[in-house]
Design a protein around this ligand. Structure first.
Ligand code: NAD
Ligand code: UDP
Length: 313
């Protein structure tokens, strides 16, 4: 059945891949974005598609459209971007969630929230499971994002309890792949751009902090499956690749895969940088019959090819 799907943040990295997959599955897509960190170039190839429509709109303001389901992805996701205008980040997470939940309530349609591993803060429990509470600093520089996303989760569950909405929360861990911005400061894009340019690869701290990196296509498949779950299934559900790697090992792997002779240099660790990020995906395996299929080396190879092609263009 063809559905009309609303994707907020649809011109961003994850959102543009989600729009593509929804179109490929035969659905209509309304992409809503204010282009704060997204780009028209990410959706340029979709604009002529007869089932695709793009609308410039800031979700901090109400939106009146008719759709059958809502994927709420709008929010800057890289630390340098979400910290560049922290008040707007909180507004997007909180006011944006209220507006999109209000729309879902009027239309009585399911709504999925792109939440984040950052709700766990600097977790003291490894791997992170959905029932782990948190270790979040509410007043630090990352708080606008962490606390904004936590409040959005609260709103999703309260709208469900109070208004009976079919709400679904995905806690997404570090995701990478083509269409990451080269200047967004996130570690995978930054290291690849540095390695390809022969510039120093900047490891923050001693590089022993870890992350679990998931290829974008795997995350998009999981989001589609989550939307397809019965109304009773709400999550929160961790989505990511449980393979954990230190930032230093990632730098070395990217240097090897690019054949770069860049030096690896160390820079100060940013405040509140989580020491360890690895996830338990037992719930996603069970409820979504999902697990990531792309190994890190293969995904990095594809991402490197994307950045090489950009350099060549
Ligand atoms: P992104 O910055 O590429 O995409 C976010 C999009 O939202 C951009 O197109 C931006 O212009 C748009 N946007 C921002 N504020 C808006 C507003 N007020 N109104 C309308 N549009 C707005 O980031 P991404 O990596 O694609 O992340 C997408 C979502 O997934 C975010 O909600 C993010 O928190 C979540 N997420 C991403 C990751 C990751 O590793 N990429 C991890 C966890 C969670
Ligand atoms: N990082 C790094 N060098 C960089 C950019 C990031 O060492 O040039 C580190 C950063 O300190 C963090 C990890 O890489 O420990 C992941 O950073 P990113 O901003 O990609 O995501 P997040 O911290 O939100 O998980």
């Amino acid at each position: 059945m063809t559905l009309r799907a609303l994707v907020t943040g649809g011109a961003g990295f994850l959102g543009s891949h989600l729009c593509e997959k929804l179109l490929a599955a035969g659905h209509e897509v309304l992409c809503v974005d204010n282009y704060f960190t997204g780009a028209r170039a990410n959706i340029a190839h979709l604009l002529s598609h007869r089932r695709f429509e793009a609308l410039r709109h800031d979700i901090c303001f109400p939106l009146y459209v008719e759709v059958d389901c809502i994927y709420n992805l709008a929010c800057p996701a890289s630390p340098i971007h979400y910290q560049s205008d922290p008040v707007q980040t909180t507004k997007t997470s909180v006011h944006g969630a209220i507006n999109m939940l209000g729309l879902a309530k009027r239309l009585r349609v399911p709504i999925l929230q792109a939440s984040t591993s950052e709700v766990y803060g600097d977790s003291q429990v490894h791997p992170q499971r959905e029932d782990y509470s948190d270790n979040v600093n509410p007043i630090g520089p990352r708080a606008c994002y962490n606390e904004g996303k936590r409040c959005a989760e609260t709103l999703f569950f309260d709208y469900r309890r109070q208004h009976g909405l079919a709400t679904k929360v995905a806690r997404i861990f570090n995701t990478y792949g083509p269409r990451m911005r080269r200047d967004d400061g996130r570690v995978v894009s930054t290291f690849i751009v540095q390695a390809l340019a022969g510039a120093d690869i900047t490891v923050f701290g001693d590089g022993t902090q870890t992350r679990s990196f998931c290829y974008v296509d795997d995350i998009v498949v999981a989001m589609l499956r989550l939307m397809d779950t019965p109304a009773e299934f709400t999550g929160p559900v961790n989505l990511g690749n449980p393979e954990e790697i230190s930032v230093l090992a990632l730098a070395e792997q990217i240097r090897r895969l690019t054949g770069s002779r860049s030096r690896i240099v160390h820079r100060p660790l940013p405040a509140d940088d989580p020491a360890r990020r690895c996830l338990d995906i037992a719930l996603a395996r069970r409820a979504l019959a999902w697990q990531p299929s792309m190994a890190l080396e293969a995904g990095l190879t594809q991402t490197i090819a994307y950045f090489r092609a950009l350099d060549a263009a």
